[in-house]
Design a binder for this molecule. Structure first.
Ligand SMILES: O=C[C@H](O)COP(=O)(O)O
Length: 324
C-alpha cells in the first residue's frame, strides 16, 4: 500500500490574539537548571525506534521551510530550491519507501525572491514564506518594515516571517512589542505570520518566555526562534520555553499557535529530537505543517542521506544532495 503525506487534520481557527495582559506576560517563569536538565536527557533517548525512523524522517521533510537567505541568492538558485521543495527526495528512494506526494512545508526566501519562488511553485500548493521587516536585524524604520510586508503579500507570499525589535524586550517595553506585532499581523492580512524572536539576543530564557506570550497575544500564528544569523540560534532549552508558552496560551485562549525552530538544525538526528520534544510536550496535533516547521537550509540534504542509508545500507557523498 502506498502512503501519501497529505494532512488529515481539521483546519485550524487562526489565532485572533487577545488584549495585552501584562501581568500574565510578566508572570512567565523559566527555571534554567530544570529546563537544561530536561533537555540534556532528550538526545540520548531512543525516542524513535529504528523501524519507524524512515517514516519520521519523511514527516520531518514535510515540516521543513526550505530556506535560502544569502546575499548571493539568485533567481536560478531559488528555482533550484523550489524544484527540491516539490520533489525533496529522489523518486527511486520514495518508491522504495512506498511513499507518494511528499513536499516540503514551504520555501522561505527574501522579499526580492518571492515572485520567482511563487512562479516556480505554481500549482503545487507549497506556500512561499518571505522574511520581511528588515530581516535579520529589524532595525529599519517601522513604516518601511510595514511596507515590506505589504510588498511581500502583493508578490504572493502566503507566509510572512517577521523579526521582532529585540530592543523592546531588552528595554522591557512590552507595550511597544505588542503594538509592533499587532501592526505586523494587520499588514500581513491573510498571510500567516511567524514572529522571529531572535532568542540568542534576548538575554535570558525568561525574556524568551515573556516575548513569546506577548507575540501570541498580539496575534502571531507561529513563534520562531531565530533568523539563522544570530551567534546562537535554535536550541532545545529555548524550544522548551517557547513550546510551553504555546501550551499555556492554548490552555488560556483555546488558540493553537505554531512553533518554528530555525537556524543551525542540519542533522536528521537533531530533527528527530525536536519532533519527539513536540510530541511529548504538545502532542500529535502540533506535528502537522500548519503548526510546526523547521527553518533550515541544509537539513534536507542530511535527511536524504539517512533515507538512502536506510534503504541501501550505504551513505552517498553529501554533494549528491546539494540544495541550491
Ligand atoms: O529560517 C531559517 C534559517 O535562516 C536557516 O538557518 P540555517 O541556514 O542555519 O539552516
Amino acid at each position: 500500500m502506498r502512503t501519501t503525506m497529505t494532512a488529515s487534520h481539521q483546519e485550524l481557527v487562526r489565532n485572533a490574539g487577545t488584549a495585552l495582559d501584562l501581568d500574565w506576560a510578566l508572570a512567565a517563569q523559566a527555571n534554567t537548571s530544570a529546563i537544561e536538565r530536561r533537555c540534556a536527557q532528550l538526545p540520548g533517548r531512543r525516542s524513535v525506534k529504528k523501524d519507524h525512523q524512515a517514516a519520521w524522517l519523511l514527516k520531518a521533510i514535510s515540516l521543513i521551510d526550505l530556506t535560502t537567505l544569502s546575499g548571493d541568492d539568485t533567481a536560478a538558485r531559488v528555482r533550484r530550491l523550489c524544484a527540491k521543495a516539490r520533489q525533496p527526495v529522489r523518486a527511486e528512494l520514495l518508491n522504495a519507501l512506498g511513499f507518494d506526494g511528499l513536499h516540503t512545508g514551504a520555501v522561505c526566501v527574501y522579499h526580492d525572491m518571492v515572485e520567482t519562488a511563487v512562479k516556480a511553485l505554481d500549482g503545487t500548493g507549497i506556500p512561499v514564506a518571505a522574511v520581511s521587516t528588515g530581516f535579520p536585524a529589524g532595525l529599519s524604520p517601522l513604516p518601511l518594515r510595514l511596507a515590506e510586508i505589504d510588498a511581500s503579500v502583493d508578490a504572493g507570499a502566503q507566509e510572512i516571517d517577521i523579526v521582532i525589535s529585540r530592543r523592546h524586550v531588552l528595554g522591557g517595553d512590552w507595550q511597544a512589542l505588542y503594538d509592533e506585532m499587532k501592526a505586523f499581523r494587520a499588514h500581513s492580512g491573510d498571510a500567516h505570520v511567524k514572529a522571529i524572536l531572535a532568542t540568542g539576543e534576548l538575554g535570558s530564557l525568561r525574556n524568551v518566555a515573556r516575548a513569546s506570550r506577548i507575540c501570541m497575544m498580539a496575534g502571531a500564528d507561529f513563534i520562531k526562534t531565530s533568523t539563522g544569523k544570530e551567534s546562537v540560534n535554535a536550541t532545545l532549552p529555548v524550544s522548551l520555553v517557547m513550546i510551553r508558552a504555546i501550551r499555556d496560551y492554548h490552555a488560556r485562549t483555546g488558540f493553537y499557535v505554531g512553533y518554528k525552530p530555525a537556524g543551525g538544525i542540519s542533522k536528521a538526528k537533531d530533527a528527530l529530537v525536536y519532533l519527539s520534544l513536540i510530541k511529548e510536550e504538545l502532542g500529535d496535533r502540533w506535528l502537522q505543517p500548519d503548526l510546526f516547521r523547521f527553518g533550515a537550509s541544509s537539513l534536507l540534504g542530511d535527511i536524504e542521506r539517512q533515507l538512502e542509508h536506510h534503504i541501501t545500507g550505504a551513505y552517498s557523498a553529501s554533494n549528491r544532495h546539494a540544495m541550491g
